[in-house]
Design a protein around this ligand. Structure first.
Ligand code: NAP
Length: 263
């Protein structure tokens, strides 16, 4: 078993005498940062959640418990390495056996690597590409048959402005996010006839643990370069994700920069 399951309360919303099941959103990288904010935002709106992280299961479990208590939604928490095709397949097989259908897929899990390209090993390169880009392939391939048969579905990929403009000492990261942007546009064309939208948000500087290696002086000089004069917050990204998910499915194939006019 490459994953663990921690299920919390299950609810159905009773509406005019009938049962309307809440929609289910799958969020990778849900244990902290942007993913955690997306979890809170969708729970507040009444979505059931399938939450995934790589190893911080206690943190994720705690988040799942708080939101399921507070918002009376279902939160299933799993560890799953989204860079590993077999692990992703195992997880989606398990979800399917449990009758869980995914209405919204949010590919948020990601890692950064800072260093000169010439010093990078094959293993480090593959880890960045598989975690940030191949994961979008693995999860999308798993959810699409269900979405296509229902003629409905939303996929959102959390990308980066570095995927558009490139960053020195972040070549692998930039390449992975550039790949996510092209993946988004191409898949959107492929599945638009099936009523499914695929979009990406290219974030600028968002103040999360991903940037913990930066000193406060380094952060200060970056913020001076951002016309908006500050970093974005993970809650702002989450609200943006929700707006895109609830927009018309005619909004598709877009890579939306969210960077305070930085790039
Ligand atoms: P973060 O705080 O470092 O959180 C990363 C999350 O991804 C954690 O939940 C982590 O789980 C999970 N994760 C990492 N590798 C994984 C794997 N192989 N399988 C499953 N889960 C994995 O990062 P963040 O800043 O919130 O970033 C979220 C997304 O936004 C990433 O795709 C990142 O590239 C993108 N982004 C961030 C910024 C920024 O400035 N922060 C800017 C542009 C784009 P564990 O806790 O178990 O490790």
């Amino acid at each position: 078993m490459r994953y663990n399951n921690y299920a919390f309360s299950i609810i159905a919303i009773v509406f005019k005498g009938g049962f309307i099941m809440a929609k289910t959103v799958f969020i990778s990288g849900a244990s902290r940062g942007i993913g955690k904010s997306i979890v809170n935002c969708f729970a507040r709106k009444g979505y059931n959640l399938v939450l995934v992280c790589k190893s911080s299961i206690e943190q994720l479990q705690e988040i799942g418990k708080i939101i399921s208590d507070q918002y009376k939604v279902e939160a299933r928490c799993y560890t799953c390495d989204v860079a590993d095709s077999n692990a992703v397949n195992d997880l989606f097989r398990r979800l399917s056996e449990e009758g869980i259908q995914i209405d919204v897929l949010i590919n948020n899990a990601g890692i950064s690597y800072i260093g000169l390209l010439q010093d990078m090993t094959d293993e480090e390169w593959n880890q960045v590409i598989n975690t940030n880009l191949s994961s979008c392939f693995f999860t999308s391939r798993a959810v699409l048959p269900q979405m296509i048969s229902r003629h409905n579905g939303r996929i959102i990929n959390i990308s980066s402005v570095w995927g558009k403009v490139g960053a020195s000492t972040e070549v692998a990261y930039s390449a992975s996010k550039g790949g996510v942007n092209a993946f988004t546009k191409a898949l959107a064309k492929e599945v638009a006839p099936s009523g499914i939208s695929v979009n990406a948000i290219a974030c600028g500087f968002i103040d999360t643990q991903m940037n913990k290696a930066l000193t406060s002086n380094e952060k200060k000089s970056i913020f001076e370069e951002i016309p908006a004069g500050r970093p974005g917050t993970s809650d702002e990204v989450a609200e943006m994700v929700y707006k895109i998910v609830t927009a018309s499915d005619y909004l598709t194939g877009q890579v939306i920069s969210f960077d305070g006019a930085w790039t």
